[in-house]
Ligand binder design. Structure first.
Ligand code: PRP
Length: 205
């Protein structure tokens, strides 16, 4: 029996569809239930930012989460497989027409991805003032809270509609199948079996 942590929303749906294709049965959560038990799997519905936490603490054996979130959290889990879904990037956005000048003193950056942002500027020996926000990041440069933002860009529509544009891509992201390190050894055959089945089903796409 493997416990699988899935992030609520589209990724959970897409992952369950992969399982349905592989096993030929429907995997559907009842209304508001957060656990779905089947003979071989126990699926958990968690917040996207909590998937790696469940897996790291072995409350789940495997999980599905975006690479951007993994990089931001830095938890020690095994990255088994790129599911090639949920493609997006983490990028620096500025007001249209502005250019990124890392030599400018006192750079203020608003983001919900504080660790990725701090790492990016530290690697370039730039002392940026990183301001943590929890959402609506695109607002920050419009009202003078920050000079730029570091945020997720999927279609680019949110930045565009708020008069911002990408000036630099920090990383490309997609969803990954991850595993707890102990589970990987304790339940190796089960983990590798589902890994291989998912990998094979992705190749058919
Ligand atoms: C992300 C991100 C942007 C938006 C980008 O937020 O913070 O606001 O999506 O998508 P786009 O390029 O397709 O416009 P999300 O919807 O994940 O909400 P959150 O702020 O609650 O995390």
């Amino acid at each position: 029996m493997l416990t699988v942590a899935l992030p609520k929303g589209r990724i959970a749906q897409e992952t369950l569809e992969i399982f349905e294709t592989i096993f030929g049965t429907a995997f559907v959560f009842d209304d508001r239930k957060l656990i779905l038990e089947t003979p071989d799997f126990r699926f958990l519905l968690v917040r996207n930012q909590d998937v790696a936490t469940y897996v790291y603490h072995q409350a789940a054996d495997i999980g599905v989460v975006g690479l951007d979130t993994l990089e931001e959290q830095g938890l020690d889990v095994i990255r088994l497989l790129d599911l090639c879904r949920g493609r997006c990037k983490v990028a620096i956005g500025m007001r249209k027409g502005e250019t990124l000048d890392l030599s400018k003193p006192e750079i203020k950056v608003a983001t919900k991805m504080v660790n990725i942002t701090k790492r990016y500027f530290a690697e370039r020996a730039v002392a940026a003032d990183v301001i943590k926000l929890y959402g609506s990041i695109e607002l920050a440069p419009l009202v003078g809270l920050a000079d730029m933002i570091v945020d997720i860009v999927e279609t680019g529509a949110t930045m565009k509609q708020n008069g911002l544009e990408v000036v630099e891509t920090i990383m490309e992201s997609s969803t990954y199948l991850i595993a707890n390190k102990n589970s990987f050894f304790e339940k190796k055959s089960e983990v590798l079996d589902i890994y291989e089945k998912i990998n094979a089903s992705l190749k058919k796409d």
